[in-house]
Design a protein. Sequence first.
Length: 415
Amino acid sequence: MALGDKCQGYIRMLLAFLGTIFLLAGIALQFVAAGNLYGIRLGSLCKAHSGSEELSDRTSFNAFIDAAFTKRAQCLALPLGDARTKCCSVYFGLCARPDVPTRADLDKLDPIPKMEILTTVVGVFMSVYDPSSYDRANPEFWCKNCPNDWRKNCPFDPVDSDNTTSGVQVDKVCDCPGGQLSKTGVPFWATITDNQLATRYLLCSDKADVYEEWANAIFPEWDQADLSQVRQRFEAKCWQGKGSIGYILTAGPVLATFTGLFSIAGLFKRVANTPVPVIGFNLGMVAVAVSLVSFWGLSLTGASGLISRYAVCKGYESPVVVNGSKAAGTVRHTPELYNGAPCADLNSEGQYAYNPFISELGSYNGGYVSGGILTILALFCMLAINAKVSDVVMEAKLAGDSNGNRAKQEALDDD
């Protein structure tokens, strides 16, 4: 064997080794990241929201609904006029359907109107606008406890007389029906108000558990079998919303895996003369294309966009960072950049610590991108192997055909 042929053989072996290492690392990162990007624990979001990982349960939901209907009954008891209008303007929907003023009246209704009225009364506070969209609720729905800050959602406290914006408190902390306000020394983080974007990454089973508790609070007469069906339906809907992007994110690693298997198999002499190397080459071309498309699909999920809406505030001081230092009294303020972007690395206690929800989301997002880069590098190695194997096989075939023709010609000449 010529020296050049030996060198080419060693190069193919080196490419196979590097490609295999890159491929194993890349697809492992991509599969783990794709499987968890849409499965972040709900407790991480609640910890960022209020400093506590406790999730809402039947008891907290009942206290929440009772507080809303107590406020509603107070408003509807007022005579028509400015006082009643001001009381009802705490938030949209509070005084809707005045023919059902109390929760006792609500409990007499059938399930469909009961769910519709309840969603109208308390839905705006939880970013829920119809009975079928609870999967996009904000942390006020999912989390039991509340942040001890100057909150902008305070439907159960009276609006201040000097306040010109309905529903926004000026001089006091909003109450937390069914839960507790975070205490001094318990940090929480500022979050974006686009809750629909944030909650799409949460684990479906966690969300379904909370929704089952919500249904249990609304329909206490239902047995466990009924509640289990509600939970299963909610979880199935959650997974359906994630299915299409899941296929895109996993298609690249799957094709890359088969490309690696066909490429390595093509290095063996018994397989080199079969269609396996050609199949590996074609799969590799498709896998590269799909991997690049999956990056585009990743951007469609909004993960990168969500992360980019948070700011890294370390190294900046006031007035660039608002509320960056310890707040006065027992009321805490969440640090934000001067333009309103929430700080991802600075909490309410003035400590430099990353928002647990954004940190987890960023890890999986970065893991998928890093794995994709390694996978594409591995695919290039595999394509180079397959291309060279095909060339060698073709040269061998041409040489064999040439030798055969020469032998036939010599036999004819002898005749």
